[in-house]
Design a protein around this ligand. Sequence first.
Ligand code: GDP
Ligand code: MN
Length: 389
Amino acid sequence: MKIHEYQAKELLERYGVRTQSGHLAQTPTQAGEAYTRLGGELAVIKAQIHAGGRGKGGGVKLVRSRSEAEEVAHEILGMNLVTHQTGPDGIQVQNVFVAEGLELEEEYYVAIALDRSQGNPVLMVSREGGVEIESLAEERPEAILKLPFSPTGGLQDHQARRASYFLGFKGELAKQAGKILHGLARVWVDLDCELAEINPLVKTSQGELVALDAKMSFDGNALFRHPNIAGMRDPNEEDPREVEASRYGLSYIALNGSIGCMVNGAGLAMATMDNIKNHGASPANFLDVGGGADEETISHAFRIVLTDPSVKGILVNIFGGIMKCDIIARGILAAAKKVELKVPLVVRLEGTRVDEGRAILEESGLDITPASSLDEGARLVCEAVGEKA
Ligand code: GDP
Ligand code: MN
């Protein structure tokens, strides 16, 4: 789960990291008030969306008066901000962070990410901040220092010193950097982060190190340990279907293709999507109904898949174990009573109570194409939407 820059900055401050301070605003008037409260001449209006690259997209602007703060906030609030991380549709800006304007001398990159192959957090620093780290990693990997550390032992002093030296800090700056690096490492471990990134960390003309930007994401499976962070979820930033599905304990993932997939189990979801690809189409989503869902939940699940406008055909692929095929069939019928079935539906059922399940669908009068194997099901649904390989 991701949070906004202003929320990430609040968390970092609690861990002793000096961040660019500011106030949240939802209207131009509030932005003007925030400007005055900050008390300086220079301020920055920053769009709050869950994506980087806001500066280039026109979502970060410097202002020098209260009226300019109001004007710029008026421009940014409500705009559809498109960056390299938002996709072509962009994200509508609902809030701006009005931050103190700083005079920058240098910009650095500092982040801690999860190295999944090593099973460790890894500290990454570079003297080239403010740029896209992915392209830097590709073009000049030597410009990034990576230091893995143990989540139980934490970031070691010698590692923080090495990172600070790599960034070129000495004396007072090295002291500040040590505090920031240790704070970032503690925040990452304590709060079960996936990513905690400061890009850029800046050196101001007053010789102070400040986190100018902050980006954080958290392990969704650990959120139950951090109710205050779970409370920072912004549904406006998420696919409304994913939000709705999570309400019923279902996992729904939106993708870019045209076939809606309802499956049980993540492994079966992967196999189903591979088969659809093999037969020439792409999945529009997959909805994993898991093992313990009842008829009503299945009905919600099917409705969520059915109401996705990018879905041109649906493949239901269920291997009944704990999940019973007749429950799936009844759930599909219940949903089809509420939402008209306008796209081709291919159903492959196998396993527990499969005969009952098939009979229910057959007698329903719904226009359903049965399939006897996953391969056949994938082929039939690809044919039905006219995207056969
Ligand atoms: P991002 O584009 O989404 O990564 O947003 P950032 O918060 O990183 O801001 C983008 C850029 O705006 C930074 O890299 C800075 O160059 C610039 N910027 C942001 N705040 C300030 C500020 O207080 N003073 C100055 N001079 N530039 C700023
Ligand atoms: Mn940034």
